[in-house]
Structures are given as C-alpha cells and as structure tokens.
Design a protein around this ligand. Sequence first.
Ligand code: C2E
Ligand code: MG
Ligand code: MG
Length: 755
Amino acid sequence: MVPVSLRTLVGSIGLGIAAFTAIVIPVGFFVVGYTNKAALLDFKAEHAAAHIANHIRPNDANWRHRPARLIELLAEVEMASMPTRKRVVDADGALVVDDGTPIRSPTIVRSVPVTVSGRTAGELSIEASIRGLILQTALVGLLSALLGSAMYFVLRVFPLRVLDRTLGDLARANRTIADRNRLLEQQNQMLIESRSQLEEQNVRFDAALNNMTQGLCMFDRNERLLVYNQRFLDMYALSADALAPGISLESLLQRVKGGPPIPGGAEQHLQSVRNARDDNQAITSVVEIDDGRIISLVSRAMLNGGWVTTHEDITERRRAEAKIVHMAHHDALTNLPNRVRFRSDMEKALAALGRGQTLAVLSVDLDRFKQVNDTLGHATGDHLLQAAAERLRNVVREGAPMARLGGDEFAVLQANADQPQGATALATRIIDTLSAPFVIDGQQVLIGASVGVAIAPGDGTNVAQLLKNADMGLYRAKADGKGTVRFFEPGMDARMQARRLLEIDLRKALADSEFEVFFQPIVQLDPQEIIGFEALLRWRHPQRGIVEPAAFIPLAEETGLIAPIGEWVLRQACAEAVKWPEHFHIAVNLSPVQFKNRTLVQTVIAALAASGLAPQRLELEITESVLLQDEESTLATLHALREFGVRIAMDDFGTGYSSLGYLRSFPFDKIKIDQSFIKEVGSRSDSLAIVRAVTGLGTSLGIATTAEGVENLEQLERVKLEGCNEGQGFLFSPPVEAKELPALIEKHNRQRKVA
Ligand code: C2E
Ligand code: MG
Ligand code: MG
C-alpha cells in the first residue's frame, strides 16, 4: 500500500508541477500583461481626462464642439508602443471624439469619467488591442507547455521510473526478506519444537534422575560437580544448599557425613577415573561407610572428559544374599545345616582324610516321630524337631558337622575317633539324649532314636555311598526294634535293593488285583468242629508266585500301604463270610498301623454294611504291639468296635512284651497262643508252662483260648489237656482258597463223624 501511495504522490507532484508550469505561467503572464495594460490604459485615460477637464471650463457647454482641441489633448497621451483608439462621449452619451486607428480585436477598453468641478462632463474611454498580449501569451504558453512537458518528464516520468525500479527492487528485496522470514520462521518453529522436545527430555531426565534407586553425581572435565540427584543427597544426608553445582570432588567429600564414600579419597579416585577413562572402563568398588551401610560405587568416564558415579546402597541386598546363602545351606526349622551343606562338609572331611584315619557318618532317625506328628499335630511335631535338634547340638562335639537331612532324619560326622567304639559311644549318647522325655507345648512326649553308621574308608569313600550305607545301617536298626545303633555291613545293600523292588511291586499289586484272601478253619476242640475261619492274605506275584504275608506285610506297614490293603482284606473277608452258614465266624488280622488311622471304626462298619454280615460274626485279631502305641486312642477304638458288636482277639500271644497286664487292659474275647509255644509244647517245659498259664488266665477271666499252629495229634491232645478251647493248624487244614471251603467243610464234617 505504501509504495503505491508514494507512487501516486510522486506522480501527482510531478504532474502538478508540470501542469502548473504549463498552465499557470501563461495564464499568469496573460493576467499580468493584461493588468499592466489595463493599468496603463487607466493611467492614460485619467491623464487624458484630466487634460480634457482642464480644457473645459466650468459651465462650458461647448467643449463638445471643439473636437480638434480634444484630439490635440488626446495626442499628448499617445503612446508609440501601443496604438489606441480614444473616444469621448458627453454626459448624455453622445460621441464627441473618436480618435485613433481602428484597433484589432480583441481589445481592452478602459473608461474614466471627465469630471469638471465635481461634475461629470462626459466620459473618456481608451481602447487598445490585446492581440499582441495574446500572441505573447500563446508563445509563453507554448514555452510553458514545453517546460511543463520537460518538468513532467523530469518530475514525474523519470522519478516514477526510478521509483518503480526502486519499488521493484524493494519488492524483490521484500520477497527475499519474506522468504528469509519464512525460513527464519520455519527455523524458529523447529527451534521451538526442539526446545519443547528438549524441555520434555529435561523433564524426563529429571524424573529419571530423581526416581533412580541409585544416587548419581556427574563431574565435568575440570572435576567440578555438574549434576546430582535427590537420592544422592538422601544417601549421604546432604542438603542441596551445601552442594552447589561447580564444587570440587574434594569439597563434596568433605561434606559427606559418615565418611567419604570413596575408597582412598578424592585424589586416588580422580587418578583411577583418569586411568579408567583412558582404558574406557568403569571402576567399581564396594565400601562400608561409618554407619554400617554398604555402598556400591560405579564410576564411568564420559566422552567430554568428565565422569559419572552411581552410588547404590546394597546393604539390604548383601544381607538378603547372606541370608539366602545361609538358607541354602541351613534348615529353616531347626537352623541346623541342611543336606547340601552336610554333603559339602563330608566332601571336605573326606578330602582331608589322611592315611589310617577314619570318618564315621551317623544317620539318625527319630523313633515314633510320625506318631507324635499324627496325634499331636504338626506344630507340636515342629517344636519337637527343634528341641531334638537342640539336644543333638549339645551332644555332638563342638564344631563337628551335623545336619537335618529332612523330616525326622539327622546326620552327624565323626572324624578322628577310634572306630567302631567312637561311633558306638556317640550313637549311644544320641539315642540316650533323644530318648529322655521332652516337654513340648506343655505335654510330655516320648520318642527315641535309631542310628545307622557307615565308616570311611571301609564302608565307602564318597559322599553318596557313605550316606547310603549309613542309611542301610539305620534301616536295620529300625527293623531290629528301634532305639539301637547298627553299623553298615556288606549284604545290607542287596537286601535293600530287594526291598526297594518289592516296594515298587507292592504299590501296584492292589491296583492289579494281585492280592487274594485264603481261609484257614478255626476249630472248636471239644467237640471238634469248625466254628470259623481266619482270613489270611496272599499275594499272587506275577513272577514270584504266591508270596506269604511275612514277606510283605512289614513293608506294607512301613509304607502305609497296609491301610488300603487291610481295608480290602476286611471287605473281601466279610463278603465271603456272609455266604457261609451263620454259625461260622470270620477272623481278620489288623495291623497296628491301621489303628493309627482314625477312620478304622468307620472302615469296619462300612465293610460290614457293604457285605451285610452281622457284627457278631466278625472277629478282629490284634497283636500286643497294637496296645503299645498311644494306648488311650487304641483302647477307645477297640471299645468302639466292641460296642458295635465286633469281637476282639489277642493274636500271637506270648511273642511280644507278653505282658499279662495287656489282657486286663481290655476285655478280649479270645487269646490266640502263638504257634511257637504249641510247636514245643511237648518238648519244652517252659513252652508248656506258658500254654498252661495262658489257658489258666483265660479260664479265670472267662476268655476263650486258641492254640495256633497245631500240626499233629500229639500237640492237639496236649493243648486239649491244658484246656485250650480252640485250635488252628495244618492238622485241621492249611489256609485254602475260598472256593475250596465247601469241600473242606464237608471233609471236616465227615472226619468228625468218623472220629
Ligand atoms: P497269624 O495271624 O498268626 O496267622 C497264622 C499264621 O500261621 C498263618 O501264616 C498261617 O498260615 C500259619 N499257620 C497256620 N497253621 C499252621 C501250622 O500248623 N503250622 C505252621 N507252621 N503255620 C501255620 P500266614 O498266612 O503266613 O500269616 C502270617 C501272619 O501274617 C499272620 O499271622 C498275620 O499276623 C499276618 N497276616 C496274614 N494276613 C494278614 C492280613 O490280612 N492283615 C494283616 N495285618 N496281617 C495278616
Ligand atoms: Mg491271626
Ligand atoms: Mg497268630
């Protein structure tokens, strides 16, 4: 807009001046010329009028008639340069004189009155030509037009052209500037964007920096502090005021309470940073500061010559690591070393074993622990284990490696002792200390311990073998009645192997229906007739054929398999018995392990219910060992069964603890005298004495007695004589399959008739 108006202005000024020059000069020239001429004419006219007035006397009315004089007078005002025509008229307007040459038009006429004595006598007019003036004016006009044109060119065209060029230049410059501006704006925009990105990055960087779990500080090439984060301040209880960026490492370290967290101080650190920078390596160090915290430092050189150090408080981590290491090698419950640790202790001890030296491994297992756990609960079981571990610790020589291997299994190493006396002595001390009563959670608890021993190098030279052999000793100790110590012997291994195979087979025997129940008649002696049958379990092993119960029942008891097997026998026997004439009863053996199961009563009731057998026809045989365990609950179970109508027989009497007291503790329906006494009843007086004592006791308590294992007539006569009520044995019949029973009964009845 502005250049356009400037152009108009310049154009207008140029045009104005040109027009002015072209128009105003000639016009002015004409006006001035005309005015001058008019003035001159006026002057001449007045002059001439004065002459004429002088000529005319007052009241001379005849002046009009003297034109010649008037012409003379007029001649006085004649001008050579300008021819004029003069006319005089009187007061009435009548022409008096008309003098002069005809004037070429156009003309100018000037009139003045001729006043005589205050009275207008007439009027004089002078006429002159203004043609010359007009011609001059035309000339001047021509010149002015030329001048105007020149000025138009000089003042308008030229300046406008210059102006246009300049404006063009300006416009171009403008465009360039606009382009530059746009570029600048773009650059500006980019700058703004990168600035906002930078700001965002800064915010992120700040957030990252201040949310780091590590403290961080960064130094520049001049070893002055550049950046640090809040965590750094917190770690060393520093205030931000005390830590203005730009301070040196030296003065930073002085401000740190709790001692400089840099090993060797500033100078040494700087030196190592410089070295590390050259090697492009990070320097790591771990320091413990005054308040006990452990700090891990990592310093890394930066490209610009500075370096950055991170500070991490690893106290907790170290503690946790130490705890994990401890946990990995210790048992959480007793805090004794665990199996892993024990094995490594053994390895070390074996490696250090010199010529002629021995190393005994004692494998310790608590007796009756499972019972405590089952009856008193796991919490008490745990407390018992802790107490047992404590006693073991006290009994074992200070520093001797020992461990809890798992469950109620412990192990102890004994080095540098005379063997086997040393191990025997230690094992005895262990058994004694663990057999002393414990008081756990306010209850007295009685357990015991069995110990197996293997001695290196004789029983093995490596950890696995020694542990295995000690375990075999332990197994033997358990099998030999617990509370004892047994040393490993060659051959145990093979037995263990066989046992393991048997266990595997036994586990699938029930599922594969390999069990079978045989029945052996129980005979009333006077008069002699079958009154019932004892159910005896057989295992029809696919490879080994019929396996007797003695070969697998102990294992079934140990592994707990006896529970499902026993239940199966019970159901099987009841189902069979219900098919027999009603006066036959069925006797079923119960294992002590089955009494630990609180559902035994329900199991029995369920078997009866399932078969429809009357409870009175069922006789359960238990051994003395049943009464050895947790008497109260066992007696409660027995009473519950008896109340239900089931009869209870004491089996194999005389083989266990043979306490007659047991016979009084429960009102048994029957005592079965063990076959070992019957076998020798004719040859050994003590056997006879026992048979006699038992039958006597039975008679006095009103309990029937059964002689087991009657094989010949002599034995039969003997036991009959001693007052036994019933007998069982090969003499009558071995145990037979169920399907043989009808024939067996038939045969027996015939024999009886014959007899
Ligand atoms: P037990 O209850 O005393 O059974 C009598 C054992 O004596 C039976 O051995 C029987 O075959 C055997 N026997 C019978 N008459 C004679 C004889 O005249 N001479 C000789 N030498 N032996 C005779 P078996 O069947 O081998 O059973 C052994 C033991 O296994 C049983 O002794 C019993 O304690 C246990 N048992 C058998 N079946 C079961 C069962 O189903 N459950 C439980 N828990 N134990 C069972
Ligand atoms: Mg029996
Ligand atoms: Mg028996």
